[in-house]
Design a protein around this ligand. Structure first.
Ligand code: URA
Ligand code: SF4
Length: 217
């Protein structure tokens, strides 16, 4: 299992390194396929490589990465224990937003990474990875609120770069990270219940937050 996952990730990374499927390959120094533990319980999905990531071929190694590592330490984790990837694997020129056709061209790599790792929790950083799971979500309203499906949880958080620009958001980022252990426990319980009784229906997911409107009554 362990080996299968690592082998699948290595295969994906080697395909990424040779990829010319979108225009972003033209300006890159290195591709940034993603890095971390193939058996990670948590996967972080950012936007795309920046200056330092492009130089090193590794995700989140600049200032945003430093903040991410600090947040991980709050919950007793090192970056080597999670898996970190991006929506696009090559740096957009001048750090512009990735374009729809670029994200589409790169999508299958990320899809396959998620399938290989099968994480308990996917944490999205920034609006492009958030849009995969929360298409109409507004980050200021939904950050830190996990959503569950049969397999795992998904939680959007602020992009560390946004918090670096506006440090008043830092306590919210910290609070969102501190919810992670509880979310992992929830998904583990859900998966264990499934394994124990595969014929019975999955346990009901945790109650959703009531719709915002209800709070008016
Ligand atoms: N910002 C991102 O979204 N991804 C990185 O890898 C680095 C900075
Ligand atoms: Fe290929 Fe993705 Fe790089 Fe585009 S961004 S060239 S699709 S690896």
């Amino acid at each position: 299992m362990t080996h299968d996952r690592a082998a699948a990730l290595a295969q994906i990374a080697s395909e990424v390194r040779a990829c010319t499927a979108c225009r972003l390959h033209q300006g890159r120094t290195n591709t940034v396929p993603g890095a971390g533990d193939a058996n990670a319980e948590i996967m972080f999905i950012g936007e795309g490589p920046g200056f330092y990531e492009d130089k090193q071929g590794l995700p989140f190694v600049g200032r945003s990465g430093d903040l991410l590592v600090k947040m991980l330490a709050l919950i007793g984790l090192k970056r080597e224990q999670v898996f970190i990837a991006n929506v696009v694997k090559c740096r957009p020129p001048d750090n512009r937003d990735p374009l729809p056709d670029e994200m589409l061209a790169c999508k299958s790599y990320l899809d396959r990474q998620i399938e290989a790792i099968d994480p308990l929790l996917i944490v999205t950083l920034g609006r492009f990875s958030m849009a995969r799971y929360f298409p109409n979500g507004k980050i200021t309203q939904i950050h830190g609120q996990p959503k569950y499906d049969e397999r795992r949880a998904y939680m959007p958080i602020f992009h560390p770069a946004a918090v670096l620009r506006n440090e008043t958001m830092l306590p919210q980022l910290e609070a969102d990270f501190r919810r992670v252990p509880q979310i992992l426990a929830q998904v583990k319980a859900q998966r264990a219940a499934k394994t124990a009784a595969p014929e019975t229906p999955a346990p009901t997911p945790p109650p959703e937050e009531p719709p915002k409107q209800l709070k008016l009554f």
